[in-house]
Ligand binder design. Structure first.
Ligand code: 6PG
Length: 231
């Protein structure tokens, strides 16, 4: 029988408080990981809610050289394109802090979905468990680039990185960590704000098999949500 997703909901009255608390939480997790293991391995999401949190991370006190940055998904667009998740993360945060460039592992999605997925699978091979995976939630319940009706790669025998085609949200070609690989993490935090997410949140809480429900780390996922998205 497939395992159920353990889901802890953290509800905030408005997005700014959620963003502040999420950034503080990431600062705390980084400090714990760096003091325990000398490194903090975090997977980033695209999207507006994550971006607001990234902007806050510029100002935290942390040992940036111990951070290792990965991405949960990327859009197949030229390197540096304004619509790429890695471009957003760089502009909002990574360009402003001292993480060594060799420790920022962008998905080479400019090579096309298949080749990028192949290369990224080897780039993440040495990381058994991420310290933190950040994810957003789309209006249709998608997360990373795992879309309803497509194969999320929920089983461990499936590839860790998927070449995605015909995505309903442009661009159609993307690369995504699979559901099981996103769940291979000490913590998985979804960052979800805004009334346009309410339908997806209702489906999720109602037990519908949206892609976000397929991420099942052993200790469960935390969903940081504002009241508007819960309405
Ligand atoms: C992407 C993102 C995607 C995103 C959600 C939420 O490439 O489109 O990775 O999974 O996180 O769509 O985005 P918003 O917070 O902007 O709604």
């Amino acid at each position: 029988m497939p395992s159920a997703q353990i889901c802890v909901w953290h509800v905030y009255p408005e997005p700014v408080l959620l963003q502040r608390r999420a950034a503080q939480g990431i600062e705390r997790l980084a400090a714990e990981a760096i003091s325990a293991r000398g490194a903090f391995r975090v997977v980033l999401a695209g999207g507006n809610t994550p971006r607001a949190v990234y902007e806050r991370l510029r100002g935290i006190k942390t040992a940036w050289p111990a951070w290792h940055i990965y991405f949960g998904d990327e859009r197949c667009l030229p390197s540096g394109h304004a619509e790429r998740n890695s471009t957003m993360a760089s502009q909002a945060w990574l360009d402003h802090v001292d993480i060594p460039a060799t420790q920022i592992h962008a998905i080479p999605a400019e090579l096309g979905a298949e080749e990028a997925a192949r290369q990224y699978a080897s780039a993440i091979e040495s990381v058994e468990i991420f310290d933190l995976v950040l994810l957003g939630l789309g209006q249709d319940g998608h997360t990373a680039s795992l879309f309803p009706g497509q194969d999320y790669g929920s089983e461990r025998h499936q590839p860790a990185v998927l070449a995605v085609h015909q995505a309903p949200k442009p661009p159609a070609d993307r690369v995504s960590l699979s559901a099981w690989r996103l769940g291979a993490a000490s913590r998985v935090w979804f960052l979800v704000t805004g009334a346009d997410k309410a339908l997806a949140v209702r489906k999720w809480r109602g037990g519908e098999g949206i892609p976000a429900a397929a991420i099942k780390p052993a200790d469960g996922v935390d969903v940081w949500v504002d009241i508007a998205a819960l309405a």
